[in-house]
Write a protein that binds this ligand. Structure first.
Ligand SMILES: C[S@@+](CC[C@H](N)C(=O)[O-])C[C@H]1O[C@@H](n2cnc3c(N)ncnc32)[C@H](O)[C@@H]1O
Length: 223
């Protein structure tokens, strides 16, 4: 295990059973002193599954990027014509992303998926989550995913991308905790399934999934 992952696991495991199990994200970003090499999940580019998806779906509107980290996916959507709001629970990540992508007009917000801003509900044509649910402990993950679908406007799309796990995977070696299809299906409850895709990515470990659902219900903010 490399040093950076070891450091991350130490911070995550210490926080997991504390009163603030997500606090280690801020600790990790802050203590990295803006050295991207210290952030184990930073690919320094948009996720290839997001690039493929936008190539196949030439649409735009209001997008919400959940757990935006250093903002590569948010900046990519912005370049593709989306009006982007991006939020992360870590203030240091948000300040860093704002600095990295200062040429954009993205609305960067410090926020928590467990308690999203009220005026986001029913508001977005796209809600994007990349590698977030798999990074938070199971008990919290269940509460977190239930807040994704309600932020969609009528006709809006929820796109989730992450590591795919097997039902037979055992042990608690995360984060990350790859998600099983059983769990992934729950994320889209109440929405119409559009796509469930999985593949490996060259030079990246394990299988990945992209799941897309559509909100076919009318919301009070229909436009
Ligand atoms: C594994 S990183 C992925 C970051 C980014 N999406 C990427 O793909 O590079 C998980 C991110 O989710 C953020 N995060 C974790 N829990 C969160 C929550 N409850 N609300 C908002 N952001 C959260 C972390 O601060 C971190 O930036």
């Amino acid at each position: 295990m490399d040093e950076i992952r070891e450091r991350m696991l130490e911070m995550a495991n210490k926080a997991e059973y504390s009163e603030q199990p997500l606090s280690w994200f801020e600790d990790l970003y802050r203590s990295s002193n803006r050295d991207r090499g210290q952030i184990p999940w930073d690919w320094k580019e948009p996720h290839p599954f997001l690039i493929d998806w936008t190539n196949e779906n030439k649409i735009s509107g209001r997008a919400l990027v959940v757990g935006s980290g250093l903002g590569e996916d948010a900046a990519f959507l912005y370049e593709r014509g989306w009006k982007v709001t991006a939020f992360d629970v870590s203030e240091s990540a948000i300040e860093w992303a704002r600095y990295l992508h200062q040429e954009t007009d993205i609305d960067w917000v410090v926020g928590d998926l467990l308690n999203p801003e009220e005026d986001w509900f029913g508001e977005f044509h796209l809600v994007l989550e990349v590698h977030i649910l798999q990074a938070i402990p199971e008990e919290i993950r269940k509460k977190a995913y239930r807040n994704l679908a309600p932020m969609l406007a009528s006709g809006g799309l929820l796109v989730c991308i992450g590591r795919l796990g097997e039902e037979s995977d055992e042990g608690d070696n995360g984060p990350p905790w790859p998600l099983t299809w059983d769990f992934i299906h729950q994320i889209g409850e109440g929405l119409e399934k559009v796509e469930l895709h999985s593949a490996t990515i060259p030079e990246k470990e394990g299988k990945r999934y992209r799941a897309v659902w559509k909100n076919t219900r009318q919301t009070h903010k229909f436009d």
